[in-house]
Design a binder for this molecule. Structure first.
Ligand SMILES: C[S@@+](CC[C@H](N)C(=O)[O-])C[C@H]1O[C@@H](n2cnc3c(N)ncnc32)[C@H](O)[C@@H]1O
Ligand code: SF4
Length: 371
């Protein structure tokens, strides 16, 4: 087992939201905004407890929840606290909900050193935003984006969804054009998952037809590529130099530390998850104890399979010397004959072809035991 010389990627979970959206199953706290300053104080205590694990940070990701519900001056204090831990040129991302940002706040975040804004748009179609329980209108999303540009954000990503109940092929095309009109540097375009515990799943909604969803995905990829975005990961597209370095660290199976309620960490072959309750989190940190956690040790097989599962999401070849062998090497020739995989793990590495990327789960299911 390799022992890291310090973790280079830190995730900070900021769980407060005004309401829970119907599709969301993230660790979220609704109606407890009065505790947000105290929460940042507790986070600083947790970071200090973990300080010895941290190396020079290449990336910091403030995710949620709705991080832009936190007061910007408190975010600035958190960043100031981490200043000496951040490497020169570190990527600092904050997730933002359009209805929660204004010019002053965006200026403050930019001024505090945040380098990258990830704006949760989900769709530009009113009727779909309604279905998803989103608070922002398409106009609010556009205004937030333009304001972020105007105050100086040089790297802006937008999150969108496809496979949404009621979303027609025309809706997807209109979303692609609306997104391109803004000129984002990066897009994350996820297929909607019906997450257990979400309102949408409880309502037993009907998802769009599988073939229609597959066509929507091909249409999105093709159009974004024609506009010069690199399809660098299954659901992610970037202009040159705007790939999300933090997410790349996850996909390359690097060690990362997560702090805050429900946050997950993976360091030196151990993965742990902080418990999700806010009150228990406060009471542990108030006595300078780590929050309650569940932990598991990742054995060599789990790690090898994760490297395959994550690594094949990227458009770069998988280095088999690093990833280890697949469970079913005998499937490779057939997959290659069908034009779904290329390379041999030597000079050219091993990768999914463009066609293989569209059926990634099926390919992985042939090569590995776990999907
Ligand atoms: C941590 S979440 C939320 C960030 C922010 N609070 C927002 O709502 O925009 C980040 C992204 O995950 C995606 N996401 C959330 N729930 C999802 C689901 N059930 N299926 C697919 N993507 C989902 C959304 O695109 C969302 O913007
Ligand atoms: S989708 Fe975003 S805003 Fe909605 S509940 Fe989840 S984290 Fe909060």
């Amino acid at each position: 087992m390799t022992v890291s010389r310090g973790v280079r990627h830190l995730y900070v979970h900021l769980p407060f939201c005004a309401a829970r959206c119907g599709y969301c199953a993230f660790v979220v706290e609704v109606g407890r905004l009065a505790r947000r300053d105290a929460y940042l104080d507790a986070l600083v205590v947790e970071i200090e407890l973990e300080r010895s694990r941290l190396g020079s940070l290449d990336t910091l990701y403030l995710g949620g929840g709705t991080p832009t519900l936190m007061r910007p001056r408190r975010i600035a204090r958190l960043l100031a606290h981490l200043r000496t831990t951040l490497a020169p040129g570190a990527e600092i991302t904050i997730e933002a909900n359009p209805e929660t940002v204004d010019r002053r706040q965006l200026e403050a975040l930019c001024g505090a050193g945040v380098t990258r804004l990830s704006l949760g748009v989900q769709s530009f179609q009113e009727h779909l935003l309604g279905r998803l329980d989103r608070a922002a209108t398409p106009e609010m999303a556009r205004a937030a984006f333009r304001c972020a540009r105007a105050v100086g954000f040089r790297s802006i990503s937008i999150d969108l969804l496809f496979g949404v109940p009621g979303q027609s092929p025309g809706d997807v095309e209109r979303d692609v054009e609306a997104a391109l009109d803004l000129g984002p540097d990066h897009l994350s375009w996820y297929e909607l998952e019906l997450k257990p515990g979400s309102a949408l799943q409880r309502a037993a909604v009907t998802l769009p037809d599988e073939d229609e969803v597959a066509d929507a995905y091909r249409g999105i990829v093709g159009r974004l590529e024609r506009e010069g975005y690199r399809w660098y990961e299954t659901a992610n597209f970037a202009r040159d130099g705007h790939e999300c370095r933090h997410s790349l660290a996850y996909w390359r199976a690097a060690d990362y530390l997560g702090v805050g309620v429900g946050a997950v960490s993976t360091v030196d072959g151990i993965r742990w998850r902080n418990a999700s309750g806010l009150d228990a989190y406060f009471s542990a940190l108030a006595s300078a104890r780590p929050p309650r956690r569940s932990a598991e040790s990742l054995d060599a097989d789990v790690r090898r399979r994760e490297r395959w599962m994550l690594g094949l999401r990227l458009d770069r070849p998988l280095d088999l010397a690093w990833a280890g062998p697949p469970d079913h090497p005998e499937a490779i020739d057939e997959l290659r004959d069908r034009g779904l995989v290329a390379g041999d793990g030597e000079g050219d590495g091993f990768r999914l072809t463009r066609e293989g990327r569209f059926v990634q789960n099926a390919v992985l299911g042939r090569l590995m035991e776990f999907v």
